[in-house]
Ligand binder design. Sequence first.
Ligand code: AHM
Length: 338
Amino acid sequence: MKKKERLTAYQYLLKDKLSGDKNRELIALLKDIKLAGRQVAKELNSATLNNTIGEMYGKKNTHGEDVKKLDIIANNLFIQSLENGGNCAGIVSEEKEKVLIFNNEVSRNSKYLVCIDPLDGSTNIDVNVPVGTIFSVLKRPNLVDKTFSKDFLQIGSKQVAAGYIIYGSSTIYVLTVGKGVDAFTLDPVVQEFYLSHENITIPKKGRMYSVNQGNFYEFPLALQEYIRWCEQEDIKSGRPYSLRYVGSMVADIHRSLLKGGLFIYSKSKSAAAGKLRLLYECNPMAFLIEQAGGMATDGKKRILDITPKSIHQKSPIFIGSADMVKQINKFLKSRLFN
Ligand code: AHM
């Protein structure tokens, strides 16, 4: 039997989604991200044996959260790959308080900027539950000037590419370059990502909602009412819905993308803007899910229309199957969402 031809992510982009010479630099940048992704997958696979699980004692990130050893390892691998690749002028990373502008000659002249959460899902890192990398690629607004922090403060709809790598039972690289969504699965023997899911569309409806329900009484009343609505029995709409919450945004979104569902990280009494960061968590996921036919809002407006004011700004997010986002928006509008 003839074996089906396999296309690597690079070959697929070259042939299909990013054909043409003007896209070479972007393809190369996406390759740099893939390289670091493979290295991170390897680090995660042997972390227990290499004694790299656990916290960097005494170290907090820019949000005051504990930092894990693997957070730092992943951050360094992405920085090295992006800097040495020369296809990116600078980055914003969850693990770095300030913008990092690359100093080498080639990078300085590059068109692109990257915002990244190198290892998302900190609480799951040490317990063999899927975690991920989330990234967003922006174009420098001006190639003549040096790169400045403000160049990263672009609305999400200006992203030229975005995606995530999920480190789970397989390692999968899910990507949009603004022409739909495709996924590439890592062949662990060849150590290469091959096209595995072409033109993914998120189901319009879903029956799974994903929220940290332990925060129920912290949530705005409108959200509490939505959650109660999900729990009620209603044959027509298929309720009660199932609650699924991994606690790694990448894993919860990946399931919603493939099976349909709604992911919620709301504001609450103790966190006025929620927890997740706009530039390197909400924006890339919103771009990707919209490209797959879904929707993403902060409860009031489209995530991709928010003008960022600072690089580590947070935002509430309601994202997933279009009908589910529309439904929750009705609840959030029917009462003051505060
Ligand atoms: P992190 O950047 O510390 O990893 O936090 C982000 C993660 C998301 O992946 C996940 O959706 C959320 O935090 C879970 O938070 P909580 O434990 O408050 O439910």
